[in-house]
Write a protein that binds this ligand. Structure first.
Ligand code: ZN
Length: 186
């Protein structure tokens, strides 16, 4: 079997672990300081929080956190960046689509038209000339199922997040698609 559950996945809620359909190969392959690697296809992956790549992850995650402050959503502000090579090629935060009132909730319930931060960052690229193929997505909250589908189809190869969404099964879904998944806690 390609995917198997690692026994010490205490960070993921019980609902996820009990769900046999969503198994994840080596749910956590390493942890150091504020850094966790949930899944990597690279057999030589070395966990080193001092590495240049991980330092960049920290900086981009901080930037995504700052960017989330643009959101008008009251329940949760989420920020996202898409990085390819050395460039930020797109950004997004959760909010309403263009032309709609800039409110996210009604009676404390999120409105159905609200776009998530990563969906905004991915769809922004559809208007431009940059391609997300092979890029890294930074998002302050782990992607939901709907956004995970967009991530897979847009060719994003790496997802770095900070907080875990209340429905974490989509983390396994991304892993199953061969996307490297890392958590950079803040
Ligand atoms: Zn989403």
């Amino acid at each position: 079997m390609k995917f198997e559950i690692h026994s010490d996945t205490s960070f993921i809620n019980e609902g996820f672990l009990k769900k046999p359909t969503w198994k994840i190969k080596k749910a956590k392959i390493g942890e150091c300081d504020s850094y966790e690697v949930f899944y990597s296809e690279d057999p030589d992956f070395k966990l080193d929080s001092e590495s240049r790549e991980h330092q960049k992850d920290s900086i981009y995650m901080e930037m995504a956190k700052v960017w989330s402050k643009n959101s008008r959503c009251k329940r949760m502000q989420v920020g996202s960046l898409i990085v390819k090579g050395k460039s930020i090629i797109s950004d997004g935060y959760n909010g309403s689509p263009s032309g709609f009132p800039n409110v996210c909730e009604e009676d404390d319930v999120t409105l159905p038209y609200v776009l998530h931060a990563e969906a905004n960052a991915i769809t922004k690229l559809a208007r431009g000339t940059q391609s997300s193929d092979g890029s890294t997505l930074y998002v302050t909250l782990s992607p939901c199922y709907e956004c995970s589908k967009l991530i897979i189809q847009s060719g994003i190869k790496r997802v770095v997040f900070s907080e875990i969404y209340r429905k974490p099964e989509s983390i396994a879904f991304l892993a199953e698609a061969g996307i490297e998944i890392l958590r950079k806690k803040q």
